[in-house]
Design a protein around this ligand. Structure first.
Ligand SMILES: [Zn+2]
Length: 107
């Protein structure tokens, strides 16, 4: 069984055509599907950092962040049937989302 390689129309990575959807590779499908949630996540994260620096209660914001992360997980699961693969991709998305605070800080 052979699968032809195609270029993802977003990141231009070469991937088996069987893994693409609408010309996008799996990574890009995931990234695009959670893009709005990533923004929401970053917004809440910044808010929490701000509150924390003012010694305010951040418990509620923490719960909101957890909810956004749950929604990201759901969307990724909808895209990817393989559970382990879905978990890997979610972890990467969350690491990226959480890591964003370092680049956004001070804005
Ligand atoms: Zn791609």
């Amino acid at each position: 069984m052979s699968s032809i390689l195609v270029f993802c129309r977003d990141c231009a990575k070469q991937v088996p055509s069987s893994q693409t959807k609408n010309g996008y590779c799996l990574d890009c499908q995931v990234r695009r599907s959670v893009a709005d949630l990533r923004e929401e996540h970053a917004r809440l994260w910044r808010k929490r950092e701000r509150y924390r620096s003012q010694n305010a209660n951040v418990e509620q914001i923490g719960r909101q962040i957890a909810r956004v992360e749950d929604r990201m997980a759901l969307r990724i699961k909808e895209l990817i049937s393989n559970e382990r693969e879905a978990a890997d991709l979610l972890r990467r998305e969350l690491e990226t989302a959480r890591g964003q605070r370092y680049t956004i800080k001070g804005v």
